[in-house]
Design a protein around this ligand. Structure first.
Ligand SMILES: Cc1ncc(COP(=O)(O)O)c(C=O)c1O
Length: 446
Protein backbone atom coordinates (compact mmCIF):
# COMPACT_ATOMS: atom_id res chain seq x y z
CA UNK A 1 0.00 0.00 0.00
CA UNK A 2 1.35 3.44 -0.82
CA UNK A 3 1.81 6.24 1.72
CA UNK A 4 -1.41 8.04 0.79
CA UNK A 5 -3.62 4.94 1.11
CA UNK A 6 -2.00 3.90 4.36
CA UNK A 7 -2.49 7.35 5.85
CA UNK A 8 -6.11 7.53 4.71
CA UNK A 9 -6.96 4.06 6.02
CA UNK A 10 -5.35 4.78 9.33
CA UNK A 11 -7.16 8.12 9.57
CA UNK A 12 -10.60 6.68 8.80
CA UNK A 13 -10.24 3.62 11.02
CA UNK A 14 -9.21 5.57 14.09
CA UNK A 15 -11.92 8.22 13.86
CA UNK A 16 -15.34 6.49 13.84
CA UNK A 17 -17.16 9.28 15.71
CA UNK A 18 -15.88 12.05 13.46
CA UNK A 19 -16.70 9.93 10.44
CA UNK A 20 -20.30 9.43 11.55
CA UNK A 21 -20.74 13.11 12.35
CA UNK A 22 -19.29 14.03 8.98
CA UNK A 23 -21.82 11.86 7.17
CA UNK A 24 -24.64 13.59 9.04
CA UNK A 25 -23.08 16.98 8.51
CA UNK A 26 -22.80 16.81 4.74
CA UNK A 27 -26.52 16.01 4.54
CA UNK A 28 -27.51 19.09 6.50
CA UNK A 29 -24.82 21.68 5.77
CA UNK A 30 -23.50 22.21 2.22
CA UNK A 31 -20.07 20.63 2.14
CA UNK A 32 -20.43 19.88 5.85
CA UNK A 33 -18.83 23.15 6.96
CA UNK A 34 -19.78 26.72 7.77
CA UNK A 35 -16.47 28.18 6.58
CA UNK A 36 -15.00 26.47 3.51
CA UNK A 37 -11.46 26.13 4.81
CA UNK A 38 -12.61 24.10 7.79
CA UNK A 39 -12.76 20.96 5.65
CA UNK A 40 -8.96 21.31 5.21
CA UNK A 41 -9.41 20.04 1.64
CA UNK A 42 -9.73 16.55 3.12
CA UNK A 43 -12.87 15.48 1.18
CA UNK A 44 -10.86 15.86 -2.04
CA UNK A 45 -8.69 12.90 -0.97
CA UNK A 46 -11.41 10.80 0.68
CA UNK A 47 -11.02 12.19 4.19
CA UNK A 48 -13.06 14.43 6.46
CA UNK A 49 -12.27 16.99 9.14
CA UNK A 50 -12.11 15.92 12.77
CA UNK A 51 -14.83 17.15 15.12
CA UNK A 52 -13.41 18.97 18.11
CA UNK A 53 -15.02 18.77 21.53
CA UNK A 54 -12.59 20.71 23.70
CA UNK A 55 -9.39 22.67 23.85
CA UNK A 56 -6.87 23.76 26.44
CA UNK A 57 -3.55 25.59 26.08
CA UNK A 58 -1.92 24.33 22.86
CA UNK A 59 -4.21 21.31 22.55
CA UNK A 60 -7.48 20.24 20.99
CA UNK A 61 -9.37 17.04 21.74
CA UNK A 62 -11.57 15.42 19.10
CA UNK A 63 -14.70 13.34 19.59
CA UNK A 64 -12.66 10.13 19.20
CA UNK A 65 -10.40 11.28 22.05
CA UNK A 66 -7.36 12.09 19.96
CA UNK A 67 -5.40 14.99 21.35
CA UNK A 68 -3.65 17.35 18.94
CA UNK A 69 -1.10 20.14 19.22
CA UNK A 70 -3.16 22.89 17.61
CA UNK A 71 -1.58 25.54 15.40
CA UNK A 72 -4.80 26.89 13.93
CA UNK A 73 -5.74 28.43 17.27
CA UNK A 74 -9.27 29.52 16.36
CA UNK A 75 -8.43 31.19 13.05
CA UNK A 76 -5.32 32.75 14.73
CA UNK A 77 -7.43 34.43 17.40
CA UNK A 78 -6.24 32.50 20.48
CA UNK A 79 -2.82 34.03 21.06
CA UNK A 80 -3.05 33.05 24.74
CA UNK A 81 -4.00 29.48 23.84
CA UNK A 82 -7.27 27.68 24.41
CA UNK A 83 -9.25 28.14 27.60
CA UNK A 84 -6.90 30.61 29.24
CA UNK A 85 -7.99 30.60 32.93
CA UNK A 86 -8.28 34.39 33.30
CA UNK A 87 -10.21 34.90 30.07
CA UNK A 88 -12.39 31.92 30.99
CA UNK A 89 -13.16 33.42 34.41
CA UNK A 90 -13.98 36.80 32.88
CA UNK A 91 -16.47 35.21 30.50
CA UNK A 92 -18.05 33.14 33.29
CA UNK A 93 -18.37 36.19 35.56
CA UNK A 94 -20.12 38.09 32.79
CA UNK A 95 -22.39 35.17 31.93
CA UNK A 96 -23.80 35.17 35.44
CA UNK A 97 -25.39 38.55 34.75
CA UNK A 98 -26.87 37.69 31.35
CA UNK A 99 -25.09 37.86 28.04
CA UNK A 100 -26.86 39.92 25.43
CA UNK A 101 -28.81 43.10 25.90
CA UNK A 102 -28.54 45.00 22.61
CA UNK A 103 -27.63 48.14 24.54
CA UNK A 104 -24.54 50.16 25.22
CA UNK A 105 -22.31 48.60 27.89
CA UNK A 106 -19.33 49.61 30.02
CA UNK A 107 -17.06 47.05 28.35
CA UNK A 108 -17.67 48.58 24.93
CA UNK A 109 -16.34 51.94 26.12
CA UNK A 110 -13.40 50.32 27.88
CA UNK A 111 -12.33 48.27 24.88
CA UNK A 112 -12.69 51.30 22.59
CA UNK A 113 -10.63 53.34 25.04
CA UNK A 114 -7.90 50.68 25.15
CA UNK A 115 -7.65 50.45 21.36
CA UNK A 116 -7.47 54.23 21.06
CA UNK A 117 -4.85 54.56 23.81
CA UNK A 118 -2.69 51.79 22.38
CA UNK A 119 -2.57 53.00 18.80
CA UNK A 120 -1.82 56.51 17.52
CA UNK A 121 -3.80 56.09 14.29
CA UNK A 122 -6.96 55.06 16.11
CA UNK A 123 -8.99 58.02 17.35
CA UNK A 124 -12.39 56.35 17.25
CA UNK A 125 -13.70 52.84 16.62
CA UNK A 126 -16.91 51.08 15.69
CA UNK A 127 -17.47 47.44 16.66
CA UNK A 128 -19.14 44.79 14.55
CA UNK A 129 -19.51 41.03 14.87
CA UNK A 130 -16.89 39.97 12.35
CA UNK A 131 -13.83 41.10 10.46
CA UNK A 132 -15.78 40.70 7.22
CA UNK A 133 -18.11 43.47 8.31
CA UNK A 134 -15.25 45.66 9.52
CA UNK A 135 -13.51 45.66 6.13
CA UNK A 136 -16.83 46.24 4.37
CA UNK A 137 -17.45 49.32 6.56
CA UNK A 138 -13.89 50.56 6.08
CA UNK A 139 -14.28 50.73 2.31
CA UNK A 140 -17.73 52.32 2.68
CA UNK A 141 -16.30 55.01 4.95
CA UNK A 142 -13.50 55.62 2.44
CA UNK A 143 -15.93 56.00 -0.45
CA UNK A 144 -18.13 58.35 1.56
CA UNK A 145 -15.19 60.44 2.78
CA UNK A 146 -13.58 60.95 -0.61
CA UNK A 147 -16.73 60.95 -2.74
CA UNK A 148 -14.95 58.51 -5.07
CA UNK A 149 -15.99 55.00 -5.97
CA UNK A 150 -12.96 52.79 -6.60
CA UNK A 151 -11.20 50.65 -4.01
CA UNK A 152 -7.81 49.11 -4.81
CA UNK A 153 -7.01 45.83 -3.11
CA UNK A 154 -3.97 43.61 -3.12
CA UNK A 155 -4.03 40.43 -5.16
CA UNK A 156 -3.93 37.59 -2.56
CA UNK A 157 -5.44 39.93 0.03
CA UNK A 158 -8.15 38.25 2.09
CA UNK A 159 -10.62 40.58 3.79
CA UNK A 160 -13.51 38.24 4.53
CA UNK A 161 -16.58 36.88 2.83
CA UNK A 162 -18.52 40.06 1.94
CA UNK A 163 -19.17 40.84 -1.74
CA UNK A 164 -17.19 44.05 -1.33
CA UNK A 165 -13.66 42.63 -1.41
CA UNK A 166 -13.99 39.04 -2.57
CA UNK A 167 -11.72 39.56 -5.54
CA UNK A 168 -8.43 38.00 -6.64
CA UNK A 169 -7.72 36.23 -3.38
CA UNK A 170 -6.68 32.85 -4.75
CA UNK A 171 -4.95 31.81 -7.98
CA UNK A 172 -5.80 31.78 -10.87
CA UNK A 173 -7.05 35.33 -10.13
CA UNK A 174 -10.13 35.57 -12.31
CA UNK A 175 -11.31 38.98 -11.10
CA UNK A 176 -13.84 37.54 -8.66
CA UNK A 177 -13.86 34.53 -6.40
CA UNK A 178 -16.84 32.77 -7.88
CA UNK A 179 -20.39 32.91 -9.22
CA UNK A 180 -22.79 35.30 -7.51
CA UNK A 181 -20.19 38.04 -7.22
CA UNK A 182 -20.12 40.96 -9.63
CA UNK A 183 -17.04 41.25 -11.83
CA UNK A 184 -14.56 43.69 -10.28
CA UNK A 185 -15.07 46.42 -12.87
CA UNK A 186 -18.79 46.49 -11.96
CA UNK A 187 -18.11 46.40 -8.23
CA UNK A 188 -15.73 49.34 -8.02
CA UNK A 189 -12.68 47.21 -7.30
CA UNK A 190 -9.25 47.13 -8.89
CA UNK A 191 -6.44 44.82 -7.84
CA UNK A 192 -2.68 45.18 -7.71
CA UNK A 193 0.35 42.99 -7.00
CA UNK A 194 2.18 43.69 -3.77
CA UNK A 195 5.87 44.57 -3.76
CA UNK A 196 5.63 45.74 -7.36
CA UNK A 197 7.10 49.15 -8.20
CA UNK A 198 4.61 49.71 -11.03
CA UNK A 199 1.79 50.06 -8.48
CA UNK A 200 2.77 53.67 -7.77
CA UNK A 201 2.05 54.66 -11.36
CA UNK A 202 -1.13 52.56 -11.35
CA UNK A 203 -2.43 54.48 -8.34
CA UNK A 204 -1.54 57.82 -9.90
CA UNK A 205 -3.43 56.91 -13.06
CA UNK A 206 -6.58 55.98 -11.13
CA UNK A 207 -6.25 58.74 -8.53
CA UNK A 208 -9.34 60.77 -9.36
CA UNK A 209 -11.58 57.69 -9.01
CA UNK A 210 -9.77 56.06 -6.11
CA UNK A 211 -11.34 56.27 -2.65
CA UNK A 212 -9.04 53.89 -0.83
CA UNK A 213 -6.33 51.28 -0.93
CA UNK A 214 -6.75 48.31 1.39
CA UNK A 215 -3.95 45.95 2.30
CA UNK A 216 -2.85 43.49 4.98
CA UNK A 217 0.73 44.25 6.07
CA UNK A 218 1.28 40.48 5.94
CA UNK A 219 -0.95 38.77 3.37
CA UNK A 220 -2.74 36.13 5.45
CA UNK A 221 -5.41 33.88 3.95
CA UNK A 222 -3.96 34.51 0.47
CA UNK A 223 -0.74 32.68 1.34
CA UNK A 224 1.19 34.12 4.28
CA UNK A 225 3.44 36.64 2.55
CA UNK A 226 4.90 39.69 4.27
CA UNK A 227 4.57 42.92 2.31
CA UNK A 228 7.85 44.82 1.98
CA UNK A 229 8.20 47.86 4.20
CA UNK A 230 9.26 50.05 1.24
CA UNK A 231 6.08 49.04 -0.58
CA UNK A 232 3.89 49.99 2.38
CA UNK A 233 5.76 53.29 2.72
CA UNK A 234 5.28 53.98 -0.98
CA UNK A 235 1.54 53.31 -0.59
CA UNK A 236 1.40 55.70 2.37
CA UNK A 237 3.21 58.48 0.54
CA UNK A 238 1.31 58.27 -2.71
CA UNK A 239 -2.12 57.92 -1.09
CA UNK A 240 -1.46 60.84 1.23
CA UNK A 241 -0.35 63.02 -1.65
CA UNK A 242 -3.44 62.17 -3.72
CA UNK A 243 -5.98 62.27 -0.85
CA UNK A 244 -6.75 58.60 -1.14
CA UNK A 245 -7.39 56.75 2.13
CA UNK A 246 -4.99 54.01 3.12
CA UNK A 247 -6.65 51.15 4.99
CA UNK A 248 -4.62 48.53 6.82
CA UNK A 249 -6.42 45.28 7.46
CA UNK A 250 -4.82 44.21 10.73
CA UNK A 251 -7.33 41.52 11.56
CA UNK A 252 -4.48 39.00 11.76
CA UNK A 253 -1.49 41.24 12.46
CA UNK A 254 -3.07 43.42 15.16
CA UNK A 255 -1.60 42.49 18.57
CA UNK A 256 0.01 39.37 17.06
CA UNK A 257 3.69 40.31 16.95
CA UNK A 258 3.78 42.82 19.81
CA UNK A 259 1.31 44.67 21.97
CA UNK A 260 -0.67 46.97 19.66
CA UNK A 261 -1.11 47.23 15.93
CA UNK A 262 1.71 46.09 13.64
CA UNK A 263 1.65 49.53 11.95
CA UNK A 264 3.17 51.06 15.12
CA UNK A 265 6.22 48.86 14.68
CA UNK A 266 6.35 49.53 10.92
CA UNK A 267 5.89 53.25 11.50
CA UNK A 268 3.53 53.39 8.56
CA UNK A 269 0.30 54.93 9.76
CA UNK A 270 -2.87 54.40 7.71
CA UNK A 271 -6.08 56.45 7.79
CA UNK A 272 -8.30 53.52 8.70
CA UNK A 273 -7.57 50.14 10.26
CA UNK A 274 -9.61 47.01 10.68
CA UNK A 275 -9.10 44.66 13.61
CA UNK A 276 -10.63 41.39 14.77
CA UNK A 277 -9.56 37.96 16.03
CA UNK A 278 -7.17 38.52 18.99
CA UNK A 279 -8.85 41.75 20.16
CA UNK A 280 -12.06 39.79 20.79
CA UNK A 281 -10.29 37.24 22.99
CA UNK A 282 -11.62 34.41 20.83
CA UNK A 283 -15.23 35.60 20.61
CA UNK A 284 -16.95 37.26 17.63
CA UNK A 285 -15.62 40.68 16.83
CA UNK A 286 -14.76 43.12 14.10
CA UNK A 287 -13.47 46.66 14.56
CA UNK A 288 -13.04 49.54 12.18
CA UNK A 289 -11.11 52.49 13.53
CA UNK A 290 -9.13 55.49 12.44
CA UNK A 291 -9.04 59.25 12.20
CA UNK A 292 -11.87 61.05 13.95
CA UNK A 293 -12.92 63.07 10.91
CA UNK A 294 -13.39 59.85 8.90
CA UNK A 295 -14.97 57.83 11.70
CA UNK A 296 -17.37 60.64 12.67
CA UNK A 297 -19.19 60.03 9.39
CA UNK A 298 -20.64 57.00 11.19
CA UNK A 299 -22.22 59.21 13.85
CA UNK A 300 -26.00 59.10 13.38
CA UNK A 301 -26.15 62.71 14.64
CA UNK A 302 -23.83 63.87 11.88
CA UNK A 303 -25.03 64.99 8.49
CA UNK A 304 -23.26 61.99 6.86
CA UNK A 305 -24.72 59.00 8.70
CA UNK A 306 -22.59 56.45 6.89
CA UNK A 307 -24.04 53.13 7.98
CA UNK A 308 -21.19 51.51 9.90
CA UNK A 309 -21.15 48.66 12.40
CA UNK A 310 -24.34 47.69 14.03
CA UNK A 311 -26.23 44.47 13.76
CA UNK A 312 -27.82 42.43 16.48
CA UNK A 313 -24.61 41.10 17.97
CA UNK A 314 -22.21 44.01 17.44
CA UNK A 315 -20.10 44.92 20.48
CA UNK A 316 -21.40 41.78 22.19
CA UNK A 317 -20.77 42.10 25.93
CA UNK A 318 -18.93 38.77 26.12
CA UNK A 319 -16.65 39.67 23.19
CA UNK A 320 -15.90 43.06 24.70
CA UNK A 321 -15.07 41.51 28.09
CA UNK A 322 -12.96 38.67 26.66
CA UNK A 323 -11.14 41.13 24.41
CA UNK A 324 -10.40 43.51 27.27
CA UNK A 325 -9.07 40.75 29.49
CA UNK A 326 -6.93 39.38 26.65
CA UNK A 327 -5.41 42.79 25.97
CA UNK A 328 -4.79 43.32 29.67
CA UNK A 329 -2.76 40.08 29.73
CA UNK A 330 -1.00 40.81 26.43
CA UNK A 331 0.14 44.20 27.69
CA UNK A 332 2.31 42.42 30.25
CA UNK A 333 3.55 39.75 27.83
CA UNK A 334 6.62 41.23 26.11
CA UNK A 335 8.72 38.18 26.92
CA UNK A 336 6.08 35.82 25.50
CA UNK A 337 5.83 37.91 22.34
CA UNK A 338 9.61 37.82 21.88
CA UNK A 339 9.87 34.09 22.52
CA UNK A 340 6.94 33.23 20.23
CA UNK A 341 8.19 35.47 17.42
CA UNK A 342 11.67 34.02 17.69
CA UNK A 343 10.34 30.45 17.74
CA UNK A 344 8.31 31.16 14.60
CA UNK A 345 11.27 32.57 12.72
CA UNK A 346 13.53 29.66 13.72
CA UNK A 347 10.85 27.11 12.86
CA UNK A 348 10.31 28.60 9.41
CA UNK A 349 14.05 28.76 8.69
CA UNK A 350 14.60 25.17 9.78
CA UNK A 351 11.72 23.90 7.65
CA UNK A 352 12.92 25.76 4.56
CA UNK A 353 16.50 24.57 5.05
CA UNK A 354 15.26 21.00 5.21
CA UNK A 355 13.11 21.38 2.07
CA UNK A 356 15.88 23.07 0.09
CA UNK A 357 18.55 20.56 1.06
CA UNK A 358 16.34 17.70 -0.11
CA UNK A 359 14.82 19.58 -3.03
CA UNK A 360 11.28 18.89 -1.81
CA UNK A 361 8.33 20.77 -3.27
CA UNK A 362 7.47 22.48 0.01
CA UNK A 363 7.92 26.04 1.18
CA UNK A 364 7.16 27.72 4.49
CA UNK A 365 6.13 31.37 4.32
CA UNK A 366 4.88 33.87 6.84
CA UNK A 367 6.28 36.23 9.40
CA UNK A 368 7.39 35.62 12.96
CA UNK A 369 4.64 33.61 14.70
CA UNK A 370 2.45 33.42 11.60
CA UNK A 371 3.32 30.38 9.44
CA UNK A 372 1.93 28.92 6.23
CA UNK A 373 3.23 25.72 4.71
CA UNK A 374 2.70 25.29 0.96
CA UNK A 375 2.99 22.00 -0.91
CA UNK A 376 4.01 22.53 -4.51
CA UNK A 377 3.75 20.47 -7.68
CA UNK A 378 7.55 20.39 -7.88
CA UNK A 379 10.66 21.76 -6.27
CA UNK A 380 11.88 25.07 -7.65
CA UNK A 381 14.25 27.36 -5.78
CA UNK A 382 13.50 30.97 -4.79
CA UNK A 383 9.91 31.28 -5.89
CA UNK A 384 8.05 34.55 -5.48
CA UNK A 385 4.58 34.58 -3.82
CA UNK A 386 2.73 34.60 -7.11
CA UNK A 387 4.70 31.60 -8.36
CA UNK A 388 4.15 29.76 -5.08
CA UNK A 389 0.37 30.08 -5.23
CA UNK A 390 0.27 29.15 -8.92
CA UNK A 391 2.33 26.00 -8.23
CA UNK A 392 0.30 24.84 -5.25
CA UNK A 393 -0.70 21.18 -5.20
CA UNK A 394 -4.07 21.23 -3.46
CA UNK A 395 -4.38 17.47 -3.01
CA UNK A 396 -0.93 17.11 -1.49
CA UNK A 397 -1.73 20.02 0.80
CA UNK A 398 -4.79 18.06 1.96
CA UNK A 399 -2.61 14.99 2.45
CA UNK A 400 -0.22 17.07 4.55
CA UNK A 401 -3.09 18.04 6.89
CA UNK A 402 -4.25 14.42 7.07
CA UNK A 403 -0.76 13.07 7.81
CA UNK A 404 -0.29 15.75 10.47
CA UNK A 405 -3.62 14.82 12.09
CA UNK A 406 -2.52 11.17 12.10
CA UNK A 407 0.50 12.34 14.11
CA UNK A 408 -1.61 14.45 16.48
CA UNK A 409 -0.93 17.84 14.99
CA UNK A 410 -3.78 20.09 13.93
CA UNK A 411 -2.98 22.84 11.47
CA UNK A 412 -4.55 24.96 8.77
CA UNK A 413 -2.85 26.36 5.69
CA UNK A 414 -0.16 23.80 6.53
CA UNK A 415 0.67 25.03 10.02
CA UNK A 416 -1.16 28.17 11.19
CA UNK A 417 0.34 30.21 13.97
CA UNK A 418 2.32 29.86 17.13
CA UNK A 419 0.68 31.08 20.29
CA UNK A 420 2.19 31.78 23.70
CA UNK A 421 1.34 28.22 24.77
CA UNK A 422 3.58 26.59 22.16
CA UNK A 423 6.85 25.48 23.70
CA UNK A 424 10.13 24.65 21.98
CA UNK A 425 9.25 21.01 22.63
CA UNK A 426 6.01 21.29 20.64
CA UNK A 427 7.87 22.93 17.79
CA UNK A 428 10.70 20.39 17.83
CA UNK A 429 8.15 17.55 17.75
CA UNK A 430 6.31 19.21 14.86
CA UNK A 431 9.54 19.83 12.97
CA UNK A 432 10.43 16.13 13.27
CA UNK A 433 6.99 15.11 12.01
CA UNK A 434 7.29 17.44 9.01
CA UNK A 435 10.71 16.01 8.22
CA UNK A 436 9.25 12.51 8.37
CA UNK A 437 6.16 13.10 6.23
CA UNK A 438 7.24 15.66 3.64
CA UNK A 439 9.34 13.26 1.47
CA UNK A 440 6.56 10.63 1.11
CA UNK A 441 3.92 13.36 0.58
CA UNK A 442 5.99 14.68 -2.34
CA UNK A 443 6.37 11.26 -3.92
CA UNK A 444 3.26 9.21 -3.23
CA UNK A 445 0.74 8.43 -5.98
CA UNK A 446 -2.41 10.39 -5.30
C1 LIG B 1 -6.91 39.79 7.16
C2 LIG B 1 -8.34 39.37 7.36
N1 LIG B 1 -9.31 40.24 7.10
C3 LIG B 1 -10.60 39.92 7.29
C4 LIG B 1 -10.97 38.69 7.75
C5 LIG B 1 -12.41 38.36 7.96
O1 LIG B 1 -12.66 38.28 9.31
P1 LIG B 1 -13.86 37.35 9.85
O2 LIG B 1 -13.50 35.96 9.51
O3 LIG B 1 -13.89 37.62 11.31
O4 LIG B 1 -15.09 37.80 9.16
C6 LIG B 1 -9.99 37.75 8.02
C7 LIG B 1 -10.36 36.41 8.50
O5 LIG B 1 -9.68 35.45 8.39
C8 LIG B 1 -8.63 38.09 7.82
O6 LIG B 1 -7.66 37.20 8.03
Amino acid sequence: MNFYKEELNNFIQTRPQSRELWHKSIKRIPGGVSHNIRNLGLPSIGGFPVFIKSGHDAYLMDVDDHEYIDYWQGHYSMLLGHNHPDVYQTIIDKLKHGWHFGTVTTEQVELADTLVNDNPSIEEVRFSSSGTEATMYATRLARAFTGRSLIAKARMGWHGYADTLLYNVKAPFLGKEGPGILPEDKAGIISFDVNNEAVEEFIKEKANQLAGVIIEPVLGGGGGFPVKLEFLKMLREITEKLNILLIFDEIITGYRFSYGLFQNELKVIPDLTTMGKIVGGGLSIGVVGGREEIMEQANPQSKYRVWTGGGTFSAHPLSMAAGLKTLEILKKSNRDYDRTNQNGTTFMTKMNTFFTERELGFVATGFKSFLTLHVLKKYIENLNPNEIVQLTDKKREALLQLALLNRHISGMHGIGALSFVHSSKHIQETQEVIEEISPPISKTDL
